[in-house]
Design a protein around this ligand. Sequence first.
Ligand SMILES: NC(=O)c1ccc[n+]([C@@H]2O[C@H](COP(=O)([O-])OP(=O)(O)OC[C@H]3O[C@@H](n4cnc5c(N)ncnc54)[C@H](O)[C@@H]3O)[C@@H](O)[C@H]2O)c1
Ligand SMILES: [Fe+2]
Length: 408
Amino acid sequence: MANKLYCRTFQAGMKIGNYFLGYRTPEYIEGPGSVRKLPEMIRRRGVYKVLLVTDQSLLKLGLPDGLIKAMDEARLEYVIFADIQPNPTDENVEEGYRVYKENYCQGIVAFGGGSPIDCAKGIAAKNAHPKKTVSQMQGILKVHKRIVPFWAVPTTAGTGSETTLAAVITEAKTHHKASINDPSILPRYAVLDPELTVGLPKKITATTGLDALCHAVEAYTNRTYNTREENERALEAVRLIHDYLYKAYEDGSDLEAREKMQLAAFHAGRAFTRGCVGYVHAVGHTLGGLYGVPHGLAMAVILPHVMRQFGPAVYDRLADLADVCGIKGADRKEKAEAFIAWIDEMKRKMDIPEGFDCIRDEDIDQIIKWADKEANPLYPVPVIWQYEDFRKLIETLRTAGKEAGQPA
Ligand SMILES: NC(=O)c1ccc[n+]([C@@H]2O[C@H](COP(=O)([O-])OP(=O)(O)OC[C@H]3O[C@@H](n4cnc5c(N)ncnc54)[C@H](O)[C@@H]3O)[C@@H](O)[C@H]2O)c1
Ligand SMILES: [Fe+2]
């Protein structure tokens, strides 16, 4: 288990290293219909053929049709790769890479939620290092090479993958879900077109929106790496989610709410790409890999439990978040508690369970081992957890899951 002194020393070194890593924010175009401008932009960059990475459900829904039509009009050739599952695997990446090479593509357009975008980042990383397996590129700074031109078009407002240095991929054989983290896979261009999110089902609107909240909250409550820019983006993301997530949930066609949620996801993604996420993600990823729990759902369920377990260590930071949302309290502690209570209330209003009853006894040690490996020493979490702390969280999740009587 993690040694606290080692973790904090590593993080102090990483803080300095971060200044040399060159975090950048992708250039982006935004607004209703903006996706149709993308093919012309791509052609102007001298790219004539792209791999369009998306998923089967989106193809069936016809969501990429507007983009495809604009590609035809701009005479931009494309090959579609859509054999991607939610929580994409290394096998999806290998297959996508094969299609990319066989068709002599010159760039990648990732269109969809975090799953297609991450898979597309994996394909780009693989193209930069054909001899490396996905698991050899997982961890930090293992790609370190310029990737092919890459455009990201998010259709959920959650992961922020269009502005992060991460690609989360599950190893098909072991079900181990882990991240490639490298500034070189950070997209250079993104398109934030709120029309693409109008048809998001209520449940996915809720869970992906709370994933974005989780990015902002974890990045803001973490220590060490953030600069003023990341802190301000995290605060802005939390404010936007507070003001607009429930509106987007209630009325999916509210274009203003959809637009604000896309911006929130973008800011939150940019905040955690430097500030990192924390134990909510580290534990949540294991549930995605082992039991196929959708990422946003895992985040939504776990977030308030982790913040509560951190206790006084996060009161001050959570009180700041309460302040930007106008959530009241007599002192810092009360404001922090009121902020967590607001998350609980959002979960209830949007029908999200309190816990999980899918966690099997025999998996608990593996979950803790993977979560510890993901988070420590890299994530500058407010409190460094030992085995018993992870165990306590898992028991909280299981008890809450049983009490609610819900399957995950
Ligand atoms: N790279 C990062 O920084 C980062 C951050 C957080 C999460 N992730 C990863 O992203 C993945 C989850 O991504 P996600 O939450 O966006 O979900 P997703 O991409 O898995 O999509 C979930 C479902 O929603 C559908 N969908 C997407 N957009 C839609 C739309 N506009 N209308 C109707 N249906 C739509 C998809 O077809 C899919 O069935 C996980 O693997 C997670 O680990 C990555
Ligand atoms: Fe996330």
